[in-house]
Every structure is written in structure tokens, then in C-alpha cells.
Design a protein around this ligand. Structure first.
Ligand SMILES: *Cc1c(COP(=O)(O)O)cnc(C)c1O
Length: 580
């Protein structure tokens, strides 16, 4: 099949593979930070006119829509959406026979994102919901991170092997780099090995018919997970059952590990460049995989996507070139303080309006407000704020008041993550009985739209991960861009972004605290959190507003000018994509 030239206006050189991509709220192909990062990355590729095409999966039922009952119990519902409303179905169809030897046809849906200079990045979502497929296979691309291990492995065959094959079907001839955004797509390396298999007649040696060096020269790998359990690992028993590929198991083991198929090991072994997603995460990744060279490139956010309307107006007025190059946000120091405050209050009012509309709680824009919204994964410790509830209440009663806006989904099988949502609802009930100086609301169904409202509409953004489990984190960057100050554990990007008392504040210090168990660590970290609120943050907010607004400007000029996906992509070009 030939290319429709109106669909693809340039010849891509880089193919970006990601299991989830979050481009807009109503395109439910993302679950959290990894997907939103991928979407923001591609938007900056468009702004920079880069020759990139992206591959992901279409999720006919999305991740899930979250409902929370009155006791705080999460219920998951399939997302109802029509791919035709957002995407264009491509005429191409490819065949994947590697799933248990069955014939699985795969089609692709096209999304195009137009950058500031008009360059459009094509994003292709692969889909197996075709009549010619067996019923079981039609559901392979139903839900993101749904099902058991076997389902996951099959999805990873579709994205990795099917993805390369789909790009070939589109006729792209000049792809020199396959960028694996996390290990989910590592099986693409096997497809590249298979494509470049040499015959024994060529090599005179059975061991060299697999051209590892050639594949390596074509691949770039980004790891996002500083916890071993977070890496995809499949038993060879399952691999032998599911993956029917013309590559001997012996060869796969050589690349992906002896004991299990480790998707990170596979990606690292067959890539010319690998990186972690923040300075500290690079160090952690090197200690996890000591036999590999792992560089780092700190994540960012797409500035145009995450700037509130009120701040866009200010930037347009004072920083003309900010959309083309967010590095110019350094000039935010010039924006008059009263206009910064005015813009901030507009976003805050928008959030409070949504709180009143969608929950029984009413909040006051004049009261100091803290935001905490992200996936309810246990390492993020969403309940740390309530570790000593009486102390928190006392702090709130000693000032004009504190409002807390929480949100976040737990993975459907993460019982601890779900339990934390429930516990926050219990804290809410306790607080209601004890004081009216502290207010807490949990907004259901966290997604990109809510993320936008909350990261821009509070005064303070808090992040409390167990170090060093936050590889980077990006929600705090969204806050920083909109003059919302950060108070966080020194982990991920905040190690680089925190200038104490200038761009925000740290909770605790960089000491590793290996001697503490989780409970002791929570007591230690929450003590630092309360002290910072009591001694530094609240006095500044309520008694020295001028200084507070100065910090808002520093947050924009120092952090938003750096922690964006445009700077990130410029580093990927230099460190990862440039071929010499
Ligand atoms: C930005 C964003 C995230 C990432 O948040 P972290 O706090 O960095 O984990 C997750 N989910 C959504 C919907 C986002 O917009």
C-alpha cells in the first residue's frame, strides 16, 4: 500500500515507542506520568520540527474511569469513547503471527499534533479490534495495563514487533533511531534482529547470524523506574508459550537475561544509548545495572500545554518568544508582581469553582491551599500529610486556615494504593468533626484536565515520595510554570529544581536514612513537612505576600525555563539521537 502524502508530510528518521501517550484529556491512552511525558515530548518534537513518528496502542476501553464511593472505595469503569472522534483510521493492515502462532491483524489510527511552527508529528495507535481476528485477540488492545502477565506480554508483542512492522508498511525508508520509552516496547529489538538476520553462508558461523551491533546502532533506551519490581519481567515458561518468533531461545536469553526475560535488560543490551530521567535517577539506574553505561536527561513538561490561560496572557504580554522557546521564561522576573498575583488568583478561582461544582465542599480563594494529585502508588505516600493529624490541625488553627486538594487513581490491582484513597477519606471525616480551619477534598477521576486545574490552581504543590523512588516526577514542574511553589522531598527533578527559599522548599535533606524503617521515615519526613509549613511557608504566605510573589516569579524564571520538554529534546538530540 502506498502512502497518502497528505497524512505524512515528511520522512521520519526517529520512531518513538511508548506504551502510553497522553496528548489530550479525551484521548484516553494514558494512565499517568509516563504517558503525559510521552505526549509532552512529542509536542516539543513538533515545536522543534523534528522528523519523529510515534507508535503506541489504542485502548478501546482506556485506562479506567474512577468512581469513589462515600467510604472512599475506588470503583473502575471502562472509558467510553469513539476513536473516530479523535483519530483517523489508516488503510494499512499488518499481520503479527508471533502471538501463539495465530494470525493477528493489526491496524493503525493516526493522530497529528501541530507544533508552533506548523510541523506535524504523526502518532499511530495500533489496534487489533478487527473482524478477521479471533474474539480473544480482538480485545488485546482494550485496556492499558489491564489483565494479567500473559495479556501484557501479548500487548508488548503488538507494540514492539507489530510497531516496527507497521512502520515498514507505511514505507518509511530512513528511520535511523528507534527510541524505546521504557521497556514495554523492547521486543522491537527482536524484530530488528529478525529483519537483519544473516545466513550461515554469509557469516560462515552460526553464532554471528544475529547482528546485535547493527540493532544496537539503531536503538535508544530510556528507563523510568528506580525500583526493580517496576521493570517488566516475564518467565521463559510464559515466553515459550506465547512468543512464537524465529529466533532461538538461546539467543533471546543472551540479550534479555538467563533466568527471565527482563525487558529493561533487553532494551539496555540492544541500545547504543541509554538514560535515566533525572540526574539522580541516572545514578540510581547505574547502580541497578552496573554493566551498562546509563546517562541522564531530566524530564520536562510541554510549556504551552500546561500554562494556565491567565499566565499565557501574561507571557504573551511580557515574554514574546516564550512559545517558540520556553528558555525565555527566564524573563518572568520582569512581570509586575500584582499581575502575577492576579493571574494566579484567576487559576485559583477556576479550581475552587470546580471543587464546588463536583464535590460537596466549598473552598475560599483567600485561604492558603495545598495540592497533592498523582497516581496513588504507595511509594508516593499520599497519606504522609496526615501522619500526625492533630499536629496538622493545630497548624491550621494557628493561621487563617489551610485547604487541601487531593486526587489520584490507584491501579485496579494495587490494594495498598486503593487503601490510601480510603484512608484519606477517613481523615476527611475526622477533620470535619474537629475543625473548620482545615478543609480536605478528594476529587475523583484524576486525568489531564484535573491535573491542569489542580497544578495551576493551588498555592503550594507537595510531593512526598520515598527516596529514591521518584525517577523524575513532572507535576511539580506544571505547578512551577504557573507560579505555584513546591515543597517536596529531595527526589527526582526536585533535587535539581529546589533552591531553598528561592524556588520553593525541601522537606528534609539528602541524607539516605538507611537506618530507618518505613514508619520511622514517615515520622521523620512528616515532622520536616509540618515544620516547613509552620515556620517557613505559612508565615510567608499570610504575612509577607510580596516576598511570596517574588518566589512565584523565581519559580517561573528559574524552573519553568529549564524543566520543559523543549530543553529535554535538545538534550536528546545532542546525547541520544545525534549519530556523529
Ligand atoms: C503530570 C501528570 C502526572 C505526573 O504526575 P507526577 O506527580 O509527576 O507523578 C500524572 N498524571 C497526570 C494526569 C498528569 O497530568
Amino acid at each position: 500500500m502506498t502512502l497518502d502524502t497528505s497524512d505524512f508530510t515528511f520522512d521520519p528518521k526517529i520512531a518513538y515507542f511508548s506504551m502510553e501517550i497522553g496528548l489530550e484529556n479525551d484521548l484516553p491512552t494514558y494512565s499517568g506520568g509516563l504517558g503525559v511525558l510521552a505526549g509532552d515530548t512529542l509536542k516539543s518534537c513538533a515545536d522543534l520540527n523534528l522528523p519523529v513518528v510515534a507508535i503506541s496502542l489504542l485502548y478501546n476501553k482506556g485506562y479506567f474511569r474512577q468512581e469513589i464511593d462515600s467510604e472512599g472505595k475506588q470503583k473502575e469503569h471502562p472509558v467510553e469513547w469513539d476513536p473516530h472522534s479523535k483519530l483517523k483510521l489508516l488503510p494499512h493492515k499488518i499481520l503479527v503471527k508471533e502471538i501463539q502462532g495465530r494470525e493477528v491483524y493489526v491496524r493503525g489510527w493516526l493522530y497529528k499534533y501541530k507544533g508552533v511552527q506548523g510541523h506535524e508529528i504523526p502518532v499511530i495507535f495500533l489496534d487489533t479490534n478487527l473482524e478477521e481476528n479471533q474474539e480473544e485477540d480482538r480485545h488485546l488492545t482494550d485496556s492499558l495495563y489491564g489483565g494479567e502477565e500473559e495479556y501484557r506480554l501479548k500487548q508488548e508483542i503488538i507494540i514492539g514487533i507489530g510497531g516496527v512492522r507497521f512502520l515498514r508498511a507505511l514505507g518509511f525508508k530512513n528511520l535511523h533511531t528507534f527510541h524505546l520509552n521504557e521497556g514495554h516496547s523492547s521486543l522491537l529489538t527482536l524484530e530488528l534482529l529478525r529483519e537483519n538476520q544473516r545466513t550461515v553462508y554469509e557469516t560462515w558461523d552460526e553464532d554471528t547470524i544475529w547482528d546485535f551491533e547493527l540493532v544496537k546502532n539503531h536503538c535508544v533506551f530510556t528507563t523510568h523506574t528506580p525500583v526493580a519490581a517496576g521493570h517488566d519481567v516475564f518467565s521463559y515458561e510464559l515466553v515459550e508459550k506465547v512468543l512464537k518468533i524465529d529466533i532461538p531461545l538461546k539467543t533471546i536469553k543472551q540479550c534479555a537475561g538467563d533466568k527471565n526475560l527482563n525487558m529493561t535488560t533487553l532494551g539496555l543490551n540492544l541500545s547504543r544509548f541509554a538514560n535515566g530521567v533525572a540526574l539522580m535517577h541516572g545514578n540510581v539506574s547505574r547502580s541497578m545495572f552496573p554493566n551498562h553505561q546509563i546517562d541522564y536527561i531530566t524530564n520536562g513538561i510541554h510549556t504551552i500545554t500546561w500554562a494556565q490561560d491567565s499566565f499565557k496572557e501574561l507571557f504573551n504580554k511580557y515574554i514574546k518568544y516564550w512559545e517558540q522557546d520556553p528558555k525565555y521564561l527566564r524573563q518572568a522576573e520582569m512581570i509586575p508582581c500584582d499581575e502575577v498575583w492576579q493571574a494566579h488568583m484567576e487559576s485559583k478561582q477556576a479550581l475552587m469553582k470546580e471543587v464546588s461544582a463536583s464535590t460537596p465542599v466549598n473552598m475560599d480563594p483567600e485561604i492558603f491551599t495545598i495540592g497533592f494529585a498523582r497516581r496513588s502508588a504507595t511509594y508516593k505516600r499520599s497519606t504522609l500529610m496526615f501522619n500526625d493529624l492533630d499536629r496538622l490541625i493545630k497548624i491550621a488553627e494557628n493561621c487563617p486556615g489551610i485547604q487541601l486538594v487531593y486526587s489520584g487513581k490507584a491501579h485496579p490491582r494495587d490494594t495498598d494504593g486503593k487503601m490510601n484513597i480510603q484512608r484519606i477519606h477517613e481523615f476527611q471525616k475526622k477533620i470535619e468533626q474537629k475543625t473548620d480551619k482545615l478543609k480536605l477534598v478528594y476529587m475523583p477521576n484524576y486525568n489531564m484536565d484535573l491535573g491542569f486545574l489542580i497544578t495551576g490552581g493551588v498555592d503550594l504543590w507537595v510531593n512526598t515520595p520515598i527516596r529514591p523512588h521518584e525517577a523524575s516526577g513532572t507535576s511539580g514542574m506544571k505547578a512551577a510554570l504557573n507560579g505555584v511553589l513546591n515543597l517536596s522531598i529531595l527526589d527526582g527533578w526536585w533535587v535539581e529544581g529546589c533552591i531553598e527559599g528561592v524556588t520553593g522548599w525541601a522537606i528534609g535533606d539528602l541524607d539516605p536514612h538507611h537506618e530507618m524503617d518505613l514508619e520511622q521515615l514517615a515520622a521523620h519526613d512528616s515532622d520536616h513537612l509540618y515544620t516547613a509549613l509552620e515556620k517557613k511557608v505559612l508565615p510567608l504566605y499570610y504575612d509577607n505576600r510580596k516576598e511570596w510573589i517574588e518566589m512565584q516569579r523565581h519559580s517561573i524564571s528559574i524552573n519553568a525555563s529549564f524543566f520543559n520538554t523543549q530543553r529535554q529534546m535538545e538534550q536528546y538530540i545532542c546525547k541520544a539521537y545525534f549519530l556523529g
